[in-house]
Design a binder for this molecule. Structure first.
Ligand code: PEP
Length: 260
């Protein structure tokens, strides 16, 4: 049975004080027992501060938003390696977020290299894939997602899917307030799982967690998380407000308890 996860992507928002308050509110506001994994991904410069707030919290894990594709220490001014993230208490790292693909020049190839670097460092990568609106309207969603997944297989091998999490994030739904419908999300999640089963085997595909991301809010999370192949959410905007993020986590917990 796949364990649901809710991951908060804080993007480039907040300051040290507000980030610490947000982490404290989330940690204090979550139910003592929740049958899901909860992750927050603050800006890299505040990882250490948030680690300080969360301490050894078993309820909230720490994620990073990016890492350097080069694993070894070296001359990479401004970069942060997977080993450095691990050393700071990070367990997961987003790889290939669409904002980085669209605005910061990341390619399928660089995303693949980063995923390998994350695995080599002992981090769990959350591989973000998803199509633009033009690609969806051109009926190219599946082809785009396969290209993004295949780029990872090319460098990391099929086994990568046994060690990573996939986040399906349609670009047209990120930060727009327009989420995919539960049926639209399920269709792509189901497709990804079948594709992974064809590339690897059914067991790896069945165990692969596939999160949905794109305007997840308290009022749509329950319906999305109830879909059979939606294993939780990658949440941007709504993760910046503790009460919304906690509400979304509670809904994931309820769907997990209901066995969906
Ligand atoms: C994201 O940043 O990955 C995201 C899904 O953002 P939002 O929830 O704001 O659409």
């Amino acid at each position: 049975m796949r364990r649901k996860m809710v991951a908060g992507n804080w993007k480039m928002y907040g300051r040290r004080a507000s980030a610490r308050i947000l982490a404290r509110e989330i940690e204090d506001g979550l139910p003592a027992v929740l049958p899901i994994d909860v992750l927050v991904c603050p800006p890299a410069i505040y990882l250490e501060a948030i680690k300080g707030v969360l301490g050894e919290s078993a309820r909230v894990m720490l994620g990073a938003q990016d890492l350097c594709a080069q694993g070894e220490d070296g001359a990479r001014t401004g970069e942060i390696s997977g080993a450095m993230l691990l050393d700071t208490g990070v367990s997961h790292v987003l790889v290939g977020h669409s904002e980085r693909r669209q605005l910061l020049g990341e390619t399928n190839e660089s995303v693949g290299a980063k995923l390998v670097a994350a695995l080599d460092a002992g981090l769990i990568p959350i591989l973000c894939v998803g199509e633009t609106l033009a690609e969806r309207e051109g009926l190219r969603t599946e082809a785009v997602v396969v290209t993004q997944l295949q780029a990872v297989v090319n460098v990391a091998g099929n086994d990568a899917f046994a060690r990573c999490i996939v986040a399906y994030e349609p670009v047209w739904a990120i930060g727009t307030g327009r989420n995919a419908t539960p049926d639209q999300a399920q269709a792509v999640h189901g497709f990804i799982r079948s594709w992974v089963a064809e590339q690897t085997d059914q067991e790896i595909a069945d165990d692969l967690r596939i999160l949905y991301g794109g305007s997840v809010k308290p009022d749509n999370a329950a319906a999305l998380f109830a879909m059979p192949d939606v294993d939780g959410g990658l949440v941007g905007g709504a993760s910046l407000k503790a009460s919304d993020f906690i509400a979304i986590c509670r809904m994931a917990g309820e769907t997990a308890r209901a066995g969906t």
